[in-house]
Each structure stands twice: as structure tokens, then as C-alpha cells.
Design a protein around this ligand. Structure first.
Ligand code: FES
Ligand code: FE
Length: 433
């Protein structure tokens, strides 16, 4: 331990910052690390950027950040999805300043250069002054590579990145499984996102996403509320020797992780029965059971509650129940978390309505617990005298860990996911991959 208040990070390599069972606090606190992450992590891997259902028609667009760079996600006249750097080729102004809308072209508000929504420069005011060598084709809005899975749009600024399937690896199957709960596997991501400002480093959120250790303590109030409505309610199982339960966590390779709560349930009907209260729940259940045959009604009601799978696609897409949560790192100690509700056109309206009520549950009654801990971790990690952050739970109990190719499976409180993704992070930051 150093006794100096000087951060040692300036003299440490990224290899030094990541140990097999701990990381140096600088990975969360050093602004220089954050700057490197934007280029070495976020600009090099595939990053989730939007869902196709947010831009369903030609000329629809949304604006987001990709690796800290402002981008426009557009659907062109022919229906193609493009991800364009929101940076005018003239003197650098952003050409689109709205969060979402419909536009055939983007005209830069500064001097009026106009681009169509595939990025081509279509006109500059009074072009005579540019002479004959000036070719509009030389100055399009620059684009990122784009691939989609089930409407999830991923983009990368790295021309040499492997294809998306190779990057997703074992996580692709988890995505297929999550999406298969939607009729015809069609997901609609709703426009109304719930944005939360988190005063902490983005990786503190990621560490927590596959963490079966914290619910019994961090979410104790929520567990108490649920327990008042009967035993065995959603998440109650985290409070009772969870490592002896059939719940498990997995590290999937390339930074991705998975936490499976489904083994705590006993099949059809149990997902709905054991969920926490929600406004209108009993009324909708009665209506659905009255209108549909038993088996169909049970299936619909189970679809109105969460998937009981949590998984992460590194570095910024988290699946929690039926929602997705997207991380936008803003500074070393500031992250915007956006929760998006999902729905499906194939479900009856009352089921969709109840689904929305259940999706309001965790972001409002659970996430504030997590946000408070992330911010307090950031504060604690600001103490220079204690340098190492432990991720060693289960590290000495490898007999309980199964390794199958890239996939590592362990009891639900083991910290294999952060250990795994930090090793991938170390390689990216050291530019070994
Ligand atoms: Fe865009 Fe000048 S900066 S037209
Ligand atoms: Fe939590």
C-alpha cells in the first residue's frame, strides 16, 4: 500500500492494474484510463446503439453516443440502417441536434452544408467559391460498421473488428433465448426511456449486473415488501444460502455474462404467481383467464413478468427482466443509465399493459438501491490509501466451477463475471486483441 496521496496509475501499465482476483482502483477513478477506454474499448468492439423498432420507417432517426462520439442512427429511403458520425465535414459542428425525429436530410445549422440520411453530402451553399477540385463525394458524414440481431443495432468504429457473431459468441444464444419469449421473436423497444444519472464509473454498473451476492443486502427493502405477499416471491431466494440453490452465473467470453434465476421457478405459471404486486394485476389475470384457454392464459401471464434471466453484452447492453438497460459513459465518474421497456405486437392489450406495470417495478424500487451503492463505491474508491478492489469470491473454490470451452459456470454469488470481463478489458486496453 502506498502512503502517498499521489495516484500510482500514471506509472502503472494496464497489465499491472488487473490481477486474477482484484483490480486497481485506478480503473474506476483515473480520468486518463477513461479517455483510453473510449478508444481502446468502446471504439474497438461492437457496441449496442439502438433498436430497429425505434426507427421503424424510412427517414426516421435517433441520436446517441458511440464511444463518446455523437452519432445519428438513420433509416434511409431504401430502409437500410446507417450509423453516422454527427460531425459536419466543414468545420466540425454537429449536423443533427434533436434526440429523435424524421429527416430526409441533415442541414448543418452553421453554414448550411446538406447531407442526405445515408450520409452523402448533397449540397454546399454558393459552391462556385470552392473551385473545380472540390468533389462533394469526398466529404460524406463518416459511417460506422453496422450489424443487427433481432433488431438490436450494434456498431463499431473498428474496420478490423471480427463480425458481430464472432464477437457475441455464446451471448448470441442467450439473446436468441431471451427474444424467443416474444411472440414470433419480435421485440419492440419503447421510445420512452427512463434516464438515470449515475455518479459512478460505468464499470461499477457492469460489475453489478451479474452479481448474485448483493440482492439480499442491497435490495433488502424490496425483498421485505415481496415477502409480505407470501413466501418464495421474486428474488427472495437470494436471501437463503443462494450458493446451495440451483441458480448460477456464467462468464461467456469477450466480456459477456449471464445470471440465471429460472432454476428457482417450477415451470409454467410459477413466474407470474411469484412476482411482486403490480397495479391492476389481479384484474388483468381474471380477464385473461376468462378469455383464453388455461394453457394460453398461463403463458400470457408468464410473459407479463420478467424473463428471470440477466445478461450483459459487453460493454454497454444489459438485459434485466423484460427491460434493457443501456450504459452511456460520460466521464470517469459519471454514467447515464437508460432503462427501456419492451413490448410485442403479438400480445393481447391487457397483457401488454400489465407487462408495462411490471417493468416499472425494478427501475423504481430496486435500481435506486444500486445507484446509491455505485455512487458510494465511487466515493470510497477515491481514497488513495487502499488500492485494490477485490473480486475474489469463489476464486478459491474452483471445485464448484465448470469450464466448457469459453463458458465458465459457477454458483450464483461467485465473482467470475467481473474477473472474466476485466481480463478481456486488460487485453483490449493493452491492445493485445
Ligand atoms: Fe457545418 Fe460549416 S460547420 S457547414
Ligand atoms: Fe441490484
Amino acid at each position: 500500500m502506498t502512503t502517498s496521496a499521489e495516484p500510482p496509475a500514471a506509472t502503472m501499465s494496464y497489465d499491472d492494474m488487473v490481477r486474477p482476483d482484484a483490480v486497481h482502483r485506478a480503473v474506476y477513478t483515473d480520468p486518463a484510463v477513461f479517455v483510453d477506454e473510449m478508444t481502446r474499448v468502446f471504439a474497438r468492439v461492437w457496441v449496442f446503439i439502438a433498436h430497429e423498432s425505434e426507427i421503424p420507417e424510412p427517414h426516421d432517426y435517433v441520436t446517441r453516443d458511440l464511444a463518446g462520439r455523437p452519432v445519428i442512427i438513420t433509416r434511409t429511403r431504401t430502409g437500410e440502417v446507417r450509423v453516422l458520425l454527427n460531425r459536419c465535414r466543414h468545420r466540425g459542428a454537429t449536423v443533427c441536434r434533436e434526440p429523435a425525429g424524421k429527416a430526409r436530410r441533415f442541414t448543418c445549422p452553421y453554414h448550411g452544408w446538406a447531407y442526405d440520411n445515408s450520409g452523402e453530402l448533397t449540397g454546399v451553399p454558393w459552391p462556385d467559391a470552392y473551385g473545380e477540385d472540390f468533389k462533394k463525394a469526398d466529404y460524406p458524414l463518416l459511417g460506422a460498421r453496422v450489424e443487427t440481431r433481432h433488431g438490436f443495432i450494434f456498431a463499431t468504429l473498428n474496420p478490423d473488428a471480427p463480425g458481430l457473431s464472432e464477437y457475441l459468441g455464446a451471448a448470441e444464444e442467450k439473446l436468441d433465448m431471451w427474444v424467443s419469449r416474444f411472440p414470433e421473436s419480435k421485440v419492440a423497444v419503447r421510445h420512452g426511456r427512463q434516464r438515470m444519472l449515475c455518479r459512478a464509473n460505468w464499470k461499477l454498473v457492469l460489475d453489478n449486473s451479474i452479481d448474485g451476492y448483493h440482492p439480499a443486502f442491497s435490495h433488502r427493502a424490496l425483498l421485505h415488501v415481496a415477502a409480505r405477499h407470501g413466501d418464495g416471491r421474486d428474488m427472495g431466494y437470494f436471501a437463503e444460502a443462494p450458493d446451495d440453490s440451483p441458480l448460477y452465473v456464467q462468464y461467456l467470453g469477450n466480456g459477456h455474462g449471464f445470471l440465471d434465476q429460472r432454476p428457482a421457478y417450477s415451470g409454467a405459471g410459477s413466474y407470474f404467481e411469484r412476482q411482486r404486486p403490480a397495479p391492476g394485476r389481479e384484474h388483468v389475470a381474471e380477464r385473461v383467464r376468462g378469455e383464453y384457454p388455461d394453457e394460453q392464459a398461463t403463458e400470457y401471464l408468464d410473459l407479463s413478468v420478467g424473463a428471470q434471466m440477466n445478461f450483459t453484452i459487453f460493454p454497454n447492453l444489459l438485459f434485466v427482466g423484460n427491460q434493457i438497460q443501456v450504459l452511456e459513459p460520460k466521464a470517469v465518474d459519471e454514467t447515464v443509465l437508460s432503462w427501456y421497456a419492451t413490448s410485442s405486437d403479438g400480445l393481447p392489450d391487457p397483457v401488454t399493459a400489465l407487462r408495462m406495470r411490471h417493468q416499472e417495478d425494478f427501475p423504481n424500487f430496486g435500481e435506486p438501491d444500486d445507484l446509491a451503492n455505485f455512487a458510494e463505491c465511487q466515493r470510497g474508491l477515491g481514497i488513495p490509501e487502499i488500492e485494490w478492489v477485490l473480486m475474489n469470491r469463489g476464486f478459491g473454490a474452483m471445485d464448484r466451477v465448470k469450464v466448457d470451452g469459453d463458458i465458465v459456470t459457477a454458483p450464483v454469488t461467485h465473482e467470475i463475471s467481473p474477473r472474466g470481463y476485466f481480463e478481456f478489458w486488460r487485453k483490449l486496453m493493452s491492445q493485445e486483441v
